[in-house]
Design a protein around this ligand. Structure first.
Ligand code: HEC
Length: 99
């Protein structure tokens, strides 16, 4: 019983890892659900980030974090990001190809 649980658990982990790109910053894993793995959101309600200017993405994230731009969802996801993490996220999405 214990063994079965372990197998189920570790294959679950493998499966979820496969959904992430190798060069993705750690924090981007929380963004996938809405903005897609490479920033090409497939849900019309969520903006595409792929290929956007890095400076714009950086500003948008800082504005959410610091309360200058208001959106309950994004403020919740941006509030614990450091300047360094924001820069990594902005560079990552800016370097992805917009589809
Ligand atoms: C639950 C869904 C959800 C998650 C998770 C989420 N976002 Fe968003 N994001 C949104 C929505 C909705 C908007 C549009 C907000 C608005 O209207 O201002 C948005 C907007 C943005 C924008 C501004 C885009 C633009 O064109 O102005 C950036 C940048 C962004 N998100 C980055 C991120 C990052 C980075 C993460 C992970 C740390 C993340 N988001 C997680 C839903 C989400």
């Amino acid at each position: 019983m214990k063994k079965l649980f372990l197998i189920a658990f570790s294959s679950g982990l493998l499966f979820s890892q496969a959904a992430f790109a190798a060069d993705m910053p750690a924090k981007a894993k929380t963004c996938v659900g809405c903005h897609g793995v490479d920033g090409n959101s497939v849900v019309p309600n969520f903006p595409k980030l792929a290929g956007q200017h890095a400076q714009y993405l950086e500003k948008a994230l800082k504005d959410f974090r610091d309360g200058f731009r208001k959106d309950a969802t994004m403020q919740a996801f941006a509030k614990n990001l450091s300047d360094k993490e924001i820069k990594e996220l902005a560079d990552y999405y800016a370097s992805q190809k917009a589809k």
